[in-house]
Design a protein around this ligand. Sequence first.
Ligand SMILES: [Zn+2]
Length: 157
Amino acid sequence: MSEVLLPIVIIDEIYQQIRKRRSGNEQGGILLGYRKENALQITNYTLPQKWDYASPVLFNRSTRGHKKLAHDEWRRSGRIVDWLGEWHTHPGGVAIPSITDRQSWFRLVRHTKNPMIFLIFSDQDMYAGLQQLVPAILKQLKLVERNEDAILFGAEI
Ligand SMILES: [Zn+2]
């Protein structure tokens, strides 16, 4: 069992952001936090940067901007905070990963050699998945527990 801890404040802030920049285009960013034995704890995230490419059906995150923010966070944390995954939106769509999503997530995990978390925000729902390298499987994360501060997800491995 692998667990993922996601603070509710992050979900709230991302939804606020989505509403604020409602352009009809997808939005996205990266997820940062701690890797522990059998657990990933999300503590931070990045918002869309001006170098990203966004359309109603595509969000192409630029390395520029996000990478610097991630690096700053990593340094500030004493080199502990790691790149845990990515989030993006499906405006007017459903919170289900597309073929393109699945392909790019697998490419990313092959690159980082670590399991990564992927969140999709539709207007109503949120999808949470964990992509592994070996075996190369995308697991949908299931709600284990929720309190006012955080949501705990679990994935069978
Ligand atoms: Zn997508």
